[in-house]
Design a protein around this ligand. Structure first.
Ligand code: ADP
Length: 318
């Protein structure tokens, strides 16, 4: 047996086909494929491989080269032309609804002006830990790990941030240890300024969901958001009309405080898919404030988000 085959035989039971080893003049050179492994698993496997190789008689030096196939994790941006339209609420609940459909998904709160995901996801005040220089997302009760700009931006300072700074900070969140997540839902800051543009250009989401209220589209705020993505060459997955129709909690009568159908009409005019509407409901606000996102429950609101997630799921494909 050659020396290389001896060392390969030692590594095979540990590395499950991920290691290719060569031994020459006392030096073991090992290629380790770490595609799809979390940071922690990768470090553990590398340490085991090193120890096993070093224990082979005749090995004086061990070199490990980590290789990985191109990262396939995709980002979905959730954006809006202005604040207060329910962008964060939609991002959180869509992430949960996609998770319930079997997608491995993480949530990134990039909203430097009002990071609200920790509250929405029931983990307010929980600080993410870091291993070496890599952040570890916070586990939430809903199976969707979360990282928020809230932890990086001192309160009240966001306004002074410029595009490149925010883009750089976002990089820390996107490149965190997301384990086997295949998707990241990105809750962008509201608006269409250079902070948003830099974030989009730098992190190239696979597609964008635009959230608007019926009257917001009439006021073309959302149209500006659509332009922003067009500028960066990012496809628009579709528009969601939020706060569409108000169901009176007492009599059940549905009225339309912000009009209705504005987003659908605008989507048609712009040639962009319309994904659906979410009613303005006390239950949605109450559940959101309590850190118990409606999409995680079994009520009619969960059904609304499940249907939106189904469309998103189809867009994402296999
Ligand atoms: P944005 O991220 O666009 O600033 P938020 O998601 O923070 O907006 O929502 C703003 C407020 O509106 C929150 O209090 C939220 O609970 C509430 N809200 C969002 N969508 C709905 C809805 N469909 N029905 C009732 N309240 C909603």
């Amino acid at each position: 047996m050659t020396d290389s085959r001896v060392i390969q035989g030692v590594l095979d039971p540990i590395a499950a086909g991920r290691a290719t080893a060569r031994l020459e003049n006392g030096r073991a050179s090992i290629m380790l494929d770490v595609t799809g492994l979390s940071e922690a698993t990768r470090a553990e496997l590398e340490a085991d491989i090193r120890a096993a190789a070093a224990s082979v008689p005749g090995v004086e030096e061990v070199r490990v080269l980590l290789t990985s196939e191109r990262r396939t994790r995709r980002l979905i941006a959730v954006a809006s032309g202005k604040g207060g339209v329910g962008k964060s609420t939609v991002a959180a609940n869509l992430a949960i609804a996609l998770q319930r459909r079997g997608r491995r998904i993480g949530l990134v709160d990039a909203d430097i002006y009002g990071p609200s995901q920790p509250r929405l996801m029931g983990v307010e005040g929980v600080r993410p830990e870091a291993r070496e220089k890599t952040l570890l997302p916070v586990a939430t009760p809903y199976g969707v790990p979360l990282l928020s700009m809230g932890g990086l931006v001192a309160e009240g300072q966001a306004i002074a941030w410029r595009g490149p700074m925010a883009g750089g900070a976002l990089g820390q969140l996107v490149d965190a240890d997301w384990g086997d997540a295949e998707l990241l839902m990105l809750d962008l800051p509201p608006g269409t300024g250079d902070v948003q543009l830099t974030m989009i250009q730098k992190h190239k989401p696979a597609g964008a969901v635009i959230v608007s209220t019926p009257q917001d589209l009439a006021l073309i705020d959302a149209t500006r958001a659509i332009d922003l993505f067009a500028k960066a060459g990012i496809p628009i997955i579709g528009i969601i009309e939020n706060m569409s129709g108000y169901a009176c909690p007492h009599c059940g009568e549905v009225s339309d405080p912000f009009g209705r159908g504005g987003a659908e009409a605008a989507a048609e005019k712009l040639g962009i898919p319309f994904l659906g509407r979410i009613p303005l409901e006390m239950a949605i606000r109450a559940a959101s404030d309590a850190g118990t996102p409606p999409a995680a429950g079994n009520g009619p609101e969960a059904q609304v988000f499940a249907e939106l997630a189904e469309k998103l799921d189809r867009w994402l494909g296999g």
